[in-house]
Design a protein around this ligand. Structure first.
Ligand SMILES: [Zn+2]
Length: 118
């Protein structure tokens, strides 16, 4: 069952969540920048081709800059959208569902509770 987590556990869970979002954002940023820089034609609206190494190195900073901004805002918006749960019926809820679940339970941030075997 879901039980209330201690303040230290809440803090640790929030820290883990932030760290995970940052790691995912950085990996996506690097991989997407590499793909964007390596493939010619998506911007030029021509047939897609792999660019030469010189052109790749030339294109990479621009792609990293653009996707760095995109990744930053994606990570920031993800951090602002916490996962909510109803500890009573164990359903995952969205922030827009309001503070009370359909089953009557109170919806809380998932970092505020922890799973415990009965
Ligand atoms: Zn519920």
């Amino acid at each position: 069952m879901w039980v209330k987590a201690s303040p230290e556990e809440i803090l640790a869970a929030k820290r883990r969540r932030r760290k995970r979002i940052v790691i995912v954002a950085v990996i996506m940023w690097i991989v997407a920048s590499g793909i964007m820089a390596a493939i010619h034609g998506w911007r030029e609206r021509e047939a897609l081709t792999i660019v030469s190494r010189e052109e790749f190195i030339q294109r990479l900073p621009v792609c990293m800059f653009i996707l760095g901004i995109v990744s930053f805002f994606a990570a920031r918006s993800e951090m602002k959208r916490p996962t909510k749960i109803c500890p009573k019926c164990e359903a995952i809820r969205r922030a827009k569902d309001g503070p009370v679940c359909k089953c009557g339970g109170r919806i809380v941030d998932i970092t505020e509770v922890k799973w415990e075997q009965k």
